[in-house]
Design a protein around this ligand. Structure first.
Ligand code: BMA
Length: 309
């Protein structure tokens, strides 16, 4: 039996559900807000660039999309310079009653990460670009740890394999004390790259983070999901990184699409009953959801761990 049980009516959202012209619906951040589930998803436009749309749900499975996109590239000011090629892969973290959204901003300068905040999912304020270029996949922890905000991210370089780093900030704007904490493993399902997926959430045993890993094949990369457990009071310490993946492209809508063989997460919602809803994009084309037992994910990290570095 698989550790993530796929929802029987996957995919839960496709381009046909969107009331404006888009060609994909994928890589969505999801949170609970006012008893609803809010999904901020990425969509490709016909020019190959991406915007973010918003969908709402009562049960976390059946979503309805707002009439207008939620976030399109800024038209003026400093953000317009860095978003001209599109905004992608939003992650949402609730910190002290505000929802912070980190997103990839593409431009002629490369890809860097923007930070925006909303309190109502109607209006959104851009706060800052929080990385230079060649960073993706920034996820924020939902609370300060020892007085500082904490994030994971994935810088890229040709010198070292693409890995997960941790950084700290007094104010969410200025980040430092960066350190590599999880590295790809040779001849392993994540040997090409690893990166943060969903923002980490708290369990009694540690911070659980759903990550992604990529294996390179003769027909391109295969994107899978994995899981890691970080120490509660020092999240740079890994208590375990599951040796096995927890999800791989198996369904037709994960195997074939805009990019083949991709399951990619930007959001997970832990529930009071000990389960977590994990959301993922299938083949960069559609949105899917599945449910896992949080204790089983924790056990996998603790009892079937590989080296983090
Ligand atoms: C990554 C990002 C993701 C995407 C994945 C598979 O590099 O671009 O947004 O889902 O590739 O195409």
């Amino acid at each position: 039996m698989s550790i993530i049980e796929r929802y029987k009516n996957n995919p839960i959202l496709t381009k046909n559900d969107v009331p404006y012209p888009v060609f994909t619906v994928h890589n969505a951040g999801v949170v609970k807000f006012n008893k609803q589930y809010i999904m901020v998803f990425r969509s490709h436009l016909q020019n190959g660039r991406s915007i973010l749309g918003l969908a709402r749900s009562e049960d976390g499975f059946k979503f309805e999309v707002d009439a207008q996109p939620f976030m399109t590239p800024a038209k003026s000011g400093i953000f317009s310079e860095y978003e001209e090629y599109g905004v992608e892969d939003p992650r949402i973290t609730k910190i002290e009653n505000k929802f912070y959204i980190t997103y990839s901003a593409y431009s002629r300068y490369g890809v860097r990460i923007g930070l925006a905040v909303t309190e109502d999912f109607i209006s959104i304020d851009r706060l800052s670009m929080i990385t230079q270029s060649d960073y993706r996949n920034v996820v924020l922890f939902p609370e300060k740890i020892k007085g500082r905000y904490v994030r994971l991210d994935r810088p890229h370089t040709d010198i070292s394999p693409w890995s997960i780093w941790i950084s700290y900030s007094p104010d969410l704007i200025y980040w430092g004390e960066s350190k590599q904490i999880i590295r790809p493993m040779s001849y392993h399902w994540d040997e090409m790259k690893v990166g943060p997926g969903a923002p980490p959430f708290k369990t009694s045993k540690g911070w659980l983070s759903i990550i992604h890993g990529v294996f390179s094949t003769m027909s391109g990369g295969i994107y899978r999901l994995g899981v890691a457990l970080h120490s509660l009071d020092d999240p740079s310490k890994l208590l375990g990184v599951a040796d096995s993946w927890i999800l791989q492209p198996d369904e037709p809508y994960e195997i074939t699409g805009y990019v083949n063989n991709v399951v990619f997460t930007c959001g997970a919602v832990p529930e009071d009953n000990g389960t977590v809803k994990i959301y993922w994009g299938g083949a960069d084309s559609v949105m899917c959801v599945g449910t896992a037992n949080i204790n089983e994910l924790v056990d996998l990290c603790l009892n079937n761990s590989r080296e983090a570095l």
